[in-house]
Design a binder for this molecule. Sequence first.
Ligand SMILES: NC(=O)C1=CN([C@@H]2O[C@H](COP(=O)(O)OP(=O)(O)OC[C@H]3O[C@@H](n4cnc5c(N)ncnc54)[C@H](OP(=O)(O)O)[C@@H]3O)[C@@H](O)[C@H]2O)C=CC1
Ligand SMILES: O=C(O)C(=O)[C@@H](O)[C@H](O)C(=O)CO
Length: 287
Amino acid sequence: MTVDIHSMSDTYQLNNGVKIPAIGLGTWQTPDGDIAKNAVKDAINLGYRLIDTAAAYGNEVSIGKGIRESGVNRYDLFITTKLWNDMHGYKKTNEAIDKSLEKLDVDYIDLYLIHWPNPVGIRDHWAELNAESWRAMEEAQIAGKIRAIGVSNFRREHLDEILKTASLRPAVNQIYLNPSDMQEDVTSYNEELGILNEAYSPLGRGGLFNNETVVEVAKHYDKTPAQVLLRWSLQHQFVPLPKSVHRDRMKENAAIFDFAISEEDMQALDHLHGVAEMATDPDNTDF
Ligand SMILES: NC(=O)C1=CN([C@@H]2O[C@H](COP(=O)(O)OP(=O)(O)OC[C@H]3O[C@@H](n4cnc5c(N)ncnc54)[C@H](OP(=O)(O)O)[C@@H]3O)[C@@H](O)[C@H]2O)C=CC1
Ligand SMILES: O=C(O)C(=O)[C@@H](O)[C@H](O)C(=O)CO
């Protein structure tokens, strides 16, 4: 999976051969309507090719419109969406996939993820329900509705469990990843299994911009804290998904291919454990 990433258009190859862009636009809390549509159009115009959404974000319709109005060929874009917590199980997952296809108004989804492994409501049967959702997702991939399937917020035990019945291995595990919480136990296990690490909240939701180390490292390269955080992600071969609804910030967040953080500075950033918020415990979610 190791490749050199030099520009927005560079990709990694997932374990099923599908190519995924090295950076994407996040859209959690991007309001549905013109804001979401224009954010997607701006991002695509700036060179972003991966858009990350979810049924739970409530903005799939506008994201689909943004994609269509962007003027870029659908085949050159990579759209991720996710199965929400009230739709686990075989039948409901099939319905959720069809609903996302309909809302996005696309012929296929590039990457479809189980959003959370063990939410309230499925707790007594999480392993069985994830296996059933996975079976539906595998069938949808074989049917051509989805190009790659994966998971999100999965820990080792959730991965181990799904692999007991899976015919297709997850291609991606999307997790909370930034210098405040590297989740090394999960990222190393993903790597061992050939599962790509996608980094959500790569900016620490803004909570790392004033951190002394981040500010200091940014000065070494004449870059902003946001750019250093995203470059850190790239150098770990995580796919960062920075969210913004502002064109100037999207542009700033994409200007990370003209410098490299030194090993010493990478190590300084690696040790920021706990300065922003930590990842939500997937076994302790009540949403
Ligand atoms: N699978 C999962 O469970 C989860 C997935 N995600 C995905 O990951 C994406 C990113 O994570 P998210 O939690 O949104 O947080 P991020 O770490 O991407 O931070 C987003 C925040 O930073 C601001 N921001 C972005 N760029 C800049 C900049 N250059 N300078 C200053 N402020 C900036 C944004 O504001 P503004 O928009 O106003 O610019 C927003 O408030 C989500 O949008 C979603 O797609 C997120 C959480 C959970
Ligand atoms: O954004 C997502 O994808 C999430 O699952 C979480 O942010 C989640 O919805 C949450 O944190 C609710 O407080």
